[in-house]
Design a binder for this molecule. Structure first.
Ligand SMILES: Nc1ncnc2c1ncn2[C@@H]1O[C@H](COP(=O)(O)OP(=O)(O)OP(=O)(O)O)[C@@H](O)[C@H]1O
Length: 251
């Protein structure tokens, strides 16, 4: 398998099946490059969530090889995975907030796990809640929040610790268009700070809003590459999309 220093993730001929069913992901080979912004698209049932689960290490592939942050994650002992997961931010389709914790404590969790002192985490958590428009709900537990509010808490929790890789499954499905755009700008801001971002979405309007984004399209478990995202590694000082333009590749 090709291995470049600094690649975030490399899949080599990966397949995934659930039980004895036919494969839902087939022959996936691609590399995610540091600092790039990817949209993962495809019809319902195409395999987007399954691919994201492989990316956030909730699922092992049935075949093939996956390297993440330079390590083979297939052969990695299970007890090393939690440390690895701390380098990821995940927005789950069903949010997965912790029921008995307030919005504030849900968002603070990644910082606490990383050992940030209480005195140092209050301001970043409050700022993040303000960004997602939830300052007034910071003491509320998830069951008393609307679906859109829960989604915003989930996003705030995923980005607060500035992960190296952010994986988000339909992260704007429950909010109105203005808030969707605001959340997208949050992802872009994080991306500018160096986080590689992968957002699964059906929403083509959202995709058009991020000018330097790259598209990975799944169709019945196979991956297509309409923008050359998976073929063109970035050159020093340039994004993959900048290189595509240089090479005359049309999206
Ligand atoms: N835990 C599971 N056990 C068995 N089959 C599953 C499981 N999870 C997903 N599948 C099947 O795998 C295929 C891909 O599902 P997946 O959820 O990855 O698609 P998706 O593109 O995310 O769909 P959607 O846009 O509707 O969320 C579907 O046929 C689905 O029924």
């Amino acid at each position: 398998m090709s291995e470049r220093q600094g690649d975030i993730v490399t899949f080599d001929n990966v397949g995934l099946r659930y039980g004895t069913e036919p494969e839902v992901l087939r022959n996936l080979s691609f590399t995610l490059y540091p600092g790039s912004f990817y949209f993962l698209t495809g019809a319902s049932g195409a395999g987007k969530t399954s691919l994201l689960k492989l990316l956030y290490l909730a699922q092992r592939p049935s075949r093939g090889a996956i390297r993440m942050f330079g390590k083979d994650i297939i052969t990695m002992p299970r007890d090393q995975l939690p440390l690895f997961r701390r380098r990821l931010g995940v927005v789950f389709q069903d949010f997965r907030l912790i029921d008995h914790l307030s919005a504030f404590d849900n968002v603070a969790l990644p910082l606490r796990v990383a050992g940030v002192r209480e005195a140092d985490l209050r301001k970043p958590v409050e700022d993040m809640l303000e960004w997602v428009g939830l300052s007034h709900r910071s003491h509320a537990v998830p069951s008393t929040l609307s679906g859109g509010e829960q989604q915003r808490v989930a996003i705030a929790r995923a980005v607060i610790a500035r992960p190296e890789l952010l994986v988000a499954d339909e992260p704007t499905g429950n909010v109105d268009p203005d808030m969707a755009l605001k959340l997208l700008r949050l992802f872009e801001a994080l991306n500018r700070l160096g986080t590689t971002v992968v957002v699964a979405t059906h929403d083509v309007h959202l995709i058009k809003k991020v000018s330097n984004s790259l598209i990975m399209r799944l169709d019945k478990g196979r991956l297509f590459d309409p923008t050359g995202a998976l073929r063109y590694p970035p050159r020093p000082g340039g994004t993959p999309s900048a290189q595509r333009a240089q090479d005359g590749v049309q999206p």
